[in-house]
Design a protein around this ligand. Structure first.
Ligand code: ADP
Length: 520
């Protein structure tokens, strides 16, 4: 298994898998939390509305108790007992009445205004008869010691929207009385329910009472509240008047919204964190991969260079020895051996220079002298000095100049770069010994292209040929000698001159390296 693959697996196992597991777990528990909080919230709201209902019930029971006391003390017909008088000061209570039985036609009632009593008397009577079943049931409850207060169905043409509440009161001699209150529900809600809602509401909630037949609330702790009895407010029936509902919702955003928002923010953070982590892992992996590659290239470099140096050294030492021992018989042979020694020495110093050059450029020690240079002229001069070398190697070359084209560059660096590219073109060509050099420009750059018809470079290798120490390690190319430094020196040099280098190549067809210089 390759080193990089192993690193990828280690990173995945140590970091990625646990993080992904954790994220999935967190996301699922976030949803669970949200559900739980919602449940708790709903229960809380339910408890609040329950307490409101109970409060209203207690108030009614209190009224009933007062009425009962009044009935017991009412002996003289026309006189209103004090406890009933107290009840009637309450704007919500229109009439307090009782009858001895359903058959009793003598309704005894006390009203805020006696005229109302007169008009409503027959209506009360018919309402009692109409609801006799309900009343008998209430009597049944009372007999088992349980006093219940209920609204009975009734229409009150004279008193708009009034409700009749009935209960069974104790009569004389262990008998029962059917008693009731005619009340104005809006006033009851205003007087009894309202203050309670205000206490609960404070700054947190909006509580309202809706009549089920109306759309907007008839009472609300929020002034000018026009919310509908809709689904986002939590509602319960009002016990004392079942055709009314109590509604509650949080001021501002509802808890569901807050929880949802929180969950979403958490989710975004979590996903963001995962993305950052994955990017970080990719970066780490890429860096490690690069380092591993570099280490590999470096070790290849050492063996390449040793090899490169050993060959000329062996030749030099062999021919020097031959000469020394006087084994070269003819003057011609001697000359041949001298020239081999010179050539190999040049090759050696070439290699050493390249390495020195590389370390200087890499350390940024190389001082460039940027000036305005006529590109065509410069290339022509280089080709002139290199003409012999090229022809000697059996290469034909074509030069396509451009009209006067001035670029910002360093004279020596241009020479070094072009020679590097031409040397590579020579080194990596086999049968087609043809090199084309073209000068041209676009909007921002003047460029020189060095094109050969040699071995070409595969797509994958093209990405790396400018890396330090990189040499293509497959195919025909591997056979030729080199240090893997040339193109990396060229790249560093051109970048120091604010230019760039590109390669386009096809295996078996040849390569074109193009240097771009900023225009003057
Ligand atoms: P070196 O030539 O010393 O190996 P370079 O940095 O000059 O190092 O080149 C790096 C690699 O790029 C070479 O090993 C070679 O495989 C490839 N290469 C460079 N120039 C050419 C070219 N003109 N044609 C094909 N391959 C090339």
């Amino acid at each position: 298994m390759s080193v990089t693959r192993r690193i990828a697996i280690i990173l995945t196992v140590i970091f990625l898998i646990p993080v992904l597991f954790f994220s999935v777990y967190e996301i699922s528990s976030l949803n669970k939390d949200e559900k739980m909080i919602e449940d708790i919230y709903t229960k809380q709201l339910e408890a609040i509305l329950f307490s409101v209902n109970q409060h209203a019930d207690n108030a009614l029971e209190n009224w009933v108790a007062k009425a009962q006391r009044g009935f017991e003390s009412s002996t003289i017909e026309q006189e209103v007992p004090s406890s009933i008088q107290a009840l009637l000061t309450n704007a919500a209570i229109k009439i307090v009445f009782f009858v001895d039985s359903l058959a009793d036609s003598n309704i005894r009632g006390y009203a805020q205004d006696s005229l109302l009593m007169d008009t409503l008397s027959p209506l009360i009577k018919s309402a009692l008869l109409k609801n006799s079943m309900q009343i008998n049931r209430l009597i049944g409850y009372k007999k088992s010691g349980f006093q219940k207060i209920e609204v009975v169905q009734s229409d009150w043409p004279g008193a708009n929207n009034a409700r009749m509440l009935i209960f069974i009161a104790d009569g004389m001699d262990a008998s029962f009385r059917i008693a009731g209150l005619i009340v104005d529900p809006s006033a009851v809600i205003e007087d009894i329910v309202g203050p309670r809602l205000q206490v609960i509401a404070k700054d947190q909630f909006i509580l309202s009472v809706f009549s089920k037949s109306l759309i907007s609330p008839i009472y609300s702790t929020q002034q000018g509240d026009t919310t509908r009895l809709n689904s986002d407010a939590f509602t319960k029936d009002l016990w004392i008047f079942p055709d009314y509902s109590l509604g509650i919702r949080t001021k501002g955003a509802s808890l569901q919204q807050i929880v949802k928002e929180r969950t979403n923010t958490n989710l975004i953070f979590l996903v963001g964190l995962d993305i950052v982590l994955i990017i970080a892992l990719i970066l780490v992996f890429r860096n490690v991969k690069k380092e591993v590659q570099l280490a590999q290239n470096k070790s290849d470099f050492v063996s390449n260079v040793s090899h490169e140096i050993r060959t000329p050294l062996a030749l030099i030492s062999m021919f020097a020895e031959t000469l020394e021992m006087g084994r070269a018989k003819t003057e011609e042979k001697k000359q041949e051996y001298y020239s081999i020694i010179t050539k190999e020495t040049q090759r050696l110093s070439g290699i050493v220079n390249k390495i020195l050059n590389f370390s200087q450029t890499e350390a940024g020690k190389k001082k460039l002298h940027i000036e305005s240079i006529e590109l065509t002229k410069e290339i022509q001069a280089i080709l002139k000095t290199y003409d012999f070398h090229l022809k000697n190697k059996g290469f034909e070359y074509y030069f396509e100049p451009s009209d006067s084209l001035f670029v910002k560059a360093d004279k020596e660096a241009i020479t070094e770069m072009i020679i590097n590219l031409i040397d590579n073109a020579i080194k990596y060509s086999s049968n087609q010994k043809k090199i084309e050099i073209v000068v041209g420009h676009d909007v921002n750059f003047g460029w020189v292209a060095v094109k050969d018809h040699g071995l070409g470079i595969g797509k994958e290798d093209q990405k790396h040929v400018f890396d330090k120490f990189y040499r293509v390690s497959s195919g025909n190319l591997a056979k030729s000698q080199g240090t893997g430094l040339g193109l990396s020196i060229v790249k560093q040099l051109i970048e120091h001159q604010n230019g760039k280098i590109t390669v386009s190549s096809e295996l078996g067809k040849g390569s074109t390296f193009t240097l771009y210089f900023p225009l003057t």
